[in-house]
Design a protein around this ligand. Structure first.
Ligand SMILES: [Zn+2]
Length: 470
């Protein structure tokens, strides 16, 4: 595991000069970043799971996925292929031709009976004429279906990926439990900080903040279905129905009629979401917890993500529901200043600190700080001891910082995107580490180093040293 993180390190760059570029090589290929390797191995693991017999729906999802991948959306408009398919069957195999007609009965008229609708075409001895007849009658119906086809299939592929992720979570409940345990450590530390925070005390909001901080809980990918349980069930019923159709054309049209639930979150990427009061880690993040991690790595790789998401609950949010009645202006200014300063020191492209970025910037500084303190508190005795087998360079404290940076090693993210409320990864990592007081000590950075120079005033978002007033 350490190797995965070690791989991204650029020894040419001094950690005190630019930690992000030291920990995340600039020329690393997209396939060799830690995040990429995790995502890929997660996808493989999921494919394996789908092949297993743990759940009857697994093989169906895979079968359908493969089928949909093979579909050419253009074909759906092409009734000629249906015509040809029927003619061929009519000439060579009457039973198959009859089955195809039954499929269309089922699909279009929702009829199982053999004496309904299309079935009488089987008595026509002129196969060409029967096929023409069939197509004429289908065309009207097909047109509606065809319009939906492409969109529906693309949605389906997204949906099936997410649905597989959901099934994977069900099979890996222990990882959710572990993430909850780690989250409770953060909560415990946060509660102490809230009680001591002067701007909360002076504005009489300690109780409100405590309540809000207590509401957040880690949930699993059930979130996908919690929001649209009915659509998921309907889609599954339709999938079931389509798999019983035997004719290629009817099957194709059948799948095109499936209404697939919207999937806004890609559960196959390393990510997390705060839908207060629900906090959700995507599956690849959870899968990191299944690796053989030291506490430093567990905190750096996963708890840091929980910490960031926790931050979103506490920052003044521009989203629909404002959880916190007010947020300290002094804190806001301090956070933004740090990001502006880091931006000017480390920019590689577009770089500006906008007010719409405060939620993310605040969550970054808050989360980073809380996570490091939580780790330090629980593992203080080993913090600066060398790690066996890596005596010369690794201590748990160092490994924490490398791990936390590794989650943000995306090659494309060295530049801010004006539509993205997050700063570029490079700025995020360097700003947060500049603000963690122990960083300088752990890497022995002197005051003249760029990392230390880039550090603005120490921001105390919560705790006894936080500002007096909001
Ligand atoms: Zn965020």
């Amino acid at each position: 595991m350490i190797k995965l993180i070690e791989m991204n390190i650029d020894d040419e760059i001094d950690p005190c000069e630019d930690f992000y570029r030291h920990a995340c090589k600039k020329d690393q290929s997209d396939h060799s970043t830690f995040v990429n390797i995790i995502e890929k191995s997660f996808r493989n693991e999921m494919d394996e799971l789908m092949k297993s017999d743990k759940h009857p729906i697994f093989p169906k999802i895979v079968e359908l996925e493969n089928f949909v991948k093979l579909l050419d959306p253009k074909l759906i408009n092409d009734t000629d292929s249906a015509r040809f398919e029927y003619m061929e069957k009519c000439i060579n195999n009457k039973e198959e031709a009859r089955q195809m007609l039954l499929d269309f009965n089922k699909l279009i008229y929702n009829h199982d009976e053999s004496d309904c609708c299309f079935t009488n075409l089987i008595f026509d001895t002129d196969c060409e004429r029967a096929a023409d007849n069939l197509i004429k009658r289908l065309k009207k119906k097909f047109n509606d279906v065809a319009k939906k086809g492409k969109k529906s299939w693309n949605n389906f592929l997204k949906f099936s990926g997410n649905f597989k992720a959901f099934l994977w979570t069900k099979a890996n409940n222990d990882l959710i439990l572990r993430s909850r345990e780690l989250f409770e450590n953060l909560r415990e530390d946060l509660m102490e900080l809230i009680e001591e925070t002067p701007w909360l005390i002076n504005s009489n909001t300690v109780e409100a903040m405590t309540e809000i901080a207590n509401q957040l809980k880690v949930v699993d990918t059930e979130m996908i279905t919690e929001f649209n349980q009915k659509e998921v069930n309907d889609a599954l019923d339709s999938i079931e129905k389509c798999t019983f159709l035997t004719s290629g054309t009817a099957k194709k049209y059948c799948y095109a009629t499936i209404e697939v639930p919207r999937c806004e979150v890609n559960w196959n990427r390393v990510n997390a979401m705060n839908f207060h009061p629900y906090l959700s880690l995507t599956n690849p993040v959870l899968s990191i917890l299944s690796l053989n991690l030291t506490p430093a790595m567990e905190y750096g790789l996963v708890v840091s993500i929980l910490g960031h998401e926790y931050g979103h609950t506490l920052m003044r949010s521009k989203k629909d529901h404002i959880l916190v009645p007010y947020f300290s202006e002094n804190v806001t200014t301090c956070v933004q200043n740090q990001f502006t300063r880091s931006c000017s020191f480390f920019k590689e492209g577009l770089c500006e600190t906008e007010i719409m970025q405060f939620d993310e910037n605040g969550a970054d500084l808050f989360g980073g700080h809380l996570t490091y303190e939580a780790f330090k508190k629980r593992h203080s005795c080993v913090l600066n001891k060398s790690i066996r087998g890596y005596e010369y360079c690794w201590t748990p404290a160092k490994l924490f910082f490398y791990s936390m940076a590794a989650v943000d090693c995306y090659r494309e993210n060295s530049e801010s995107n004006p539509d993205d409320p997050h700063h570029a990864s490079k700025i995020r990592v360097n700003a947060v580490f500049a603000q963690i007081p122990d960083f300088a000590e752990v890497f022995q950075c002197d005051a003249k180093s760029k990392m230390m120079q880039s550090r603005s005033e120490q921001c105390h978002l919560f705790g006894s040293k936080a500002p007096e007033f909001f």
